[in-house]
Structures are given as structure tokens and as C-alpha cells.
Write a protein that binds this ligand. Structure first.
Ligand code: ZN
Length: 463
């Protein structure tokens, strides 16, 4: 048997019960409506769904209803779904509003630790971050970064105005000890009876200005007694962190080659090149300078600051003037002493006579060198000639000849003062220097700058 029509059935029942009264008529109409809703929405007629999340349509009570309309879950907006049901030739439609919303803020992910320790935020190097939004995708480029005194804030909003803020916090404490670096070698072999040269250390600290840190040097080297000695360097920063380095010095019973490289007649651009090379080899030397054009002054200051000895040669280097009289010589000497003092802040008492103490160019003033060599010492100066001439004073000599002479005349196991030139016209010296230094390293020579403690090396005076 065919089932009765749903709507017709409802109508019949209601008519039987409430056919007569007006109230009954009204009630029957309302029941009729309820019965019409036999085709009804599952779920609510207004739904909200978060952008880029799955939307499942709950459909209607009629599984055969036709659905039209579409919900784009990738775009915010209001979408209408229409359901059409046809029963016994009668068509009914229902609507549902679906709103795709964006209520979720982006997510910021910090690279590196979100809590850091440093003595100042300004020293922190950003580790980076990423911001991903459920609607907008990668919004890293839109993140604003604000550095405050003890934290960094990262903020970003998506197109829907959802904002997020994360922070990287900082422990503003000094957690790092100073860094001590030994100047010169950490192992030194030196001959019994030799003179220990203190290369010192360089100190760096992340929080305290290194210039304000004083390094304590502990220990000493007794070069009269064979054995192993240690010099310990200690430093403490403002936060109480300490650092320590040790240098070992072996006083041995075998001869060590000591070399004092000396450069005359600068400053010049050659001085700059010589300084660059010496730096590569961590070698210290002595510059006997002449007052030159002021554009070269900075090389004198640099030589001093890099631990070389800046000593006195001449103000004019004009033999006829300076050896004309004792007065003329000392006037010239004091002028170059002032020049060095102006550029280094250090008054030097170490000199080399122009032409050396053995020069004969001063013969026009008989006995002047005999007098001056005594008088400079009486006045507190130390003067240095040389034991090795590389021949570089003659610019006709090619670099290889300078190298060969250096290797031939430097005496292994002895103390050597080597004459070189860094003034104008001595490019060959610059070219020869790396090979000379390579050789000196190969024989384990100790390269030292001349100081007031260095044994003086004097020629035989000839005038
Ligand atoms: Zn000279």
C-alpha cells in the first residue's frame, strides 16, 4: 500500500481536531508550517568556519536535496548554500549562510634561544625568525622588531587585523671572561745568559673596555740558570671574570740566533709595506727614522703602536751639515728626537749615526766621530751600528742578492744586527724581506726590537 502523503496526512489530522474554532484554525496553520519543515536544515542556518580549515556541510533532512552554492574556505566572506527538495512534484528550497572568518593571529617562531645572556642588547646579533599566518601564509617580512633595553619585541598582524607579539628576553649580565692572546710565541727557547724580551699580551673583553683592563704578569726568567720558566698573565674584567695565559721560556745551553732587523732612512710608503710583512710574521724590528714629508708620519706612529722600536737617525741626513761640528750634530739629533716624540709620545735615546760610527764621509772634520761616539754615550744615548750589511743601500742590488747576503752573513747562534733600508728607492728591500723572514723562521731565530737593554753593537771608529 502506498504511504499517505505527509503534508496531506498532517492536514487531515489537524482538521479533525480543530475544524470548528478560529483558534483551532490558527493552530492548525502553525502545525501545517511545522509539518512543511519536514524538509529542514541539519545544523544551523548560519555557520561560521575558520579560514583554511575543513568545512563539512551538515546538509538537510532530505538526502536527495540538491545543493547549490559553494564555500571558498581560503577566502574570508559570507557564502550562501541553497538546498532544493522536490517531493510529489512540489519543490521547496532552504538556505544556509556560511561565514568564513579569520580570527587566528600569525605564529612567530624565533630562531635561536628566546632567552639570551649578553652584557648589552646592542651586541646581540639577531638569530632570525619566521611568521606564518593561517590565512596570509608567510608574513615574516611584515614583522616589526623593536629593541628595548632588556628585550626584543617581534610584532605582526595579518590582513584581518589579528596581531601577535613575541619577545626575546635578555639576561644583561657579563657572562664572558676576557680573552687574553699572547703576543709573540707561547714557547721561547733562549740561550743561557741572554736577555729575555717580554712580548706582552693583547686583551679583549665583550663588556669592559680593554684599555681599562690591566694585565698582571707573574713570574720571571732567570737567564743565568738553565731550566724551564713560566710567565703567567692574568686579567679580570669589571664583573670579576678572569682569564689567564702562560708562556713557557726554556733557558738552554745551546746558542740561539738573535736577530735585530733594523730599517734606516724611512718613513716612506716602503715603511708601510715593511710593517705589513713584519705583521704577517709576528716579527718585531727597529726603525731608525729621518724627518720626512708629513704624509709619511702615520707610518712612524703605526710602527711604534705595533711594538717596533722607533729610534733616531737624523733630522736632515745631510752629512756635510751634521758632521760640521758637535753642536750641529746634537742640534740635528735633538730635532729628530723631538720628531719621534711628537709621533709616538716616547722620547727615544737609541740612535744610529748617518753612515754609521765607522763612516769616513765625515773625514772633512777630523776626529768628529771619535768625539761624538763618546759624547752621545755620556749624554745617555745608546748607539747601534750593524753586524750584517745586506747591501740593500745600493739600489742596483736586486732582491735575490739582498736575500743571499742576509743568509750568508747572519751568524747562527749569535746576536746579529741587520742593516736594511725602508726609505725611498728601496723597493728591493721590501721584495726581499719575506724570504729573509722565512729563512730566519727556519733557523728558529729570535727576532727582537732594540731596546735600552740590548747590548750595543759598535763598529771600529775610523775618524
Ligand atoms: Zn741613513
Amino acid at each position: 500500500m502506498k504511504p499517505p502523503d505527509r503534508v496531506a496526512f498532517c492536514y487531515t489530522v489537524s482538521m479533525k481536531r480543530y475544524a470548528i474554532s478560529l483558534l483551532g484554525l490558527l493552530l492548525s496553520l502553525s502545525l501545517l508550517t511545522a509539518c512543511d519543515a519536514g524538509f529542514r536544515l541539519n545544523g544551523t542556518s548560519q555557520m561560521t568556519v575558520e579560514i583554511n580549515t575543513a568545512f563539512v556541510d551538515p546538509l538537510t533532512s532530505d538526502p536527495d536535496a540538491i545543493v547549490s552554492g559553494d564555500v571558498d574556505i581560503t577566502q574570508t566572506g559570507t557564502y550562501t548554500l541553497t538546498y532544493t527538495s522536490t517531493v510529489n512534484g512540489k519543490t521547496k528550497t532552504l538556505e544556509r549562510l556560511v561565514e568564513v572568518v579569520d580570527t587566528t593571529a600569525p605564529v612567530i617562531t624565533l630562531n635561536g634561544e628566546s632567552h639570551q645572556a649578553t652584557c648589552a642588547i646592542s651586541r646581540y646579533v639577531e638569530d632570525g625568525f619566521r611568521a606564518i599566518d593561517n590565512g596570509d601564509g608567510d608574513v615574516s617580512a611584515l614583522v616589526t622588531v623593536v629593541r628595548e633595553s632588556s628585550r626584543i619585541l617581534y610584532r605582526v598582524s595579518d590582513r584581518s587585523g589579528n596581531q601577535v607579539e613575541v619577545e626575546r628576553t635578555f639576561d644583561l649580565t657579563d657572562n664572558q671572561a676576557p680573552i687574553l692572546t699572547l703576543n709573540g710565541p707561547d714557547h721561547i727557547e733562549m740561550p743561557k745568559g741572554g736577555r729575555y724580551f717580554e712580548y706582552g699580551v693583547t686583551v679583549n673583553d665583550d663588556c669592559t673596555d680593554p684599555a681599562k683592563l690591566s694585565v698582571k704578569t707573574i713570574g720571571n726568567v732567570n737567564t743565568k740558570t738553565l731550566g724551564e720558566y713560566q710567565i703567567t698573565y692574568q686579567v679580570q674584567d669589571d664583573s670579576g671574570h678572569t682569564a689567564q695565559r702562560t708562556r713557557t721560556i726554556l733557558v738552554v745551553d745551546k746558542p740561539v740566533t738573535t736577530v735585530y732587523l733594523t730599517f734606516d732612512d724611512g718613513p716612506h710608503t716602503n715603511t708601510r709595506d715593511v710593517l705589513d710583512i713584519l705583521k704577517q710574521y709576528n716579527a718585531k724590528a727597529t726603525f731608525f727614522v729621518v724627518r720626512r714629508a708629513t704624509k709619511y708620519n702615520s707610518y712612524v706612529t703605526r710602527a711604534y703602536n705595533e711594538g717596533h722600536t722607533v729610534a733616531l737617525h737624523s733630522n736632515t741626513h745631510n752629512y756635510w751639515d751634521i758632521y760640521a761640528s758637535e753642536e750641529a750634530y746634537f742640534e740635528d739629533l735633538f730635532l729628530v728626537q723631538d720628531y719621534v716624540y711628537e709621533l709616538t709620545g716616547h722620547r727615544s735615546w737609541i740612535l744610529r749615526f748617518p753612515g754609521g760610527s765607522s763612516n769616513t764621509v765625515s773625514d772633512f772634520n777630523p776626529g768628529i766621530m771619535t768625539y761624538l761616539t763618546q759624547e752621545v754615550q755620556r749624554r745617555g744615548f745608546h748607539y747601534f751600528d750593524w753586524s750584517v750589511s745586506t747591501g740593500d743601500g745600493n739600489s742596483a742590488n736586486p732582491p735575490q742578492s739582498i736575500i743571499n747576503r742576509a743568509i750568508k752573513y747572519i751568524k747562527v747562534g749569535k746576536s746579529n744586527v741587520v742593516l736594511l733600508h725602508d726609505g725611498a728607492g728601496h723597493n728591493e728591500t721590501v721584495e726581499a724581506l719575506p724570504a729573509i723572514l722565512d729563512y730566519l723562521m727556519s733557523i728558529n731565530a729570535v727576532l727582537l726590537p732594540i731596546t735600552m737593554d740590548t747590548p750595543q753593537s759598535h763598529h771600529h771608529v775610523q775618524n
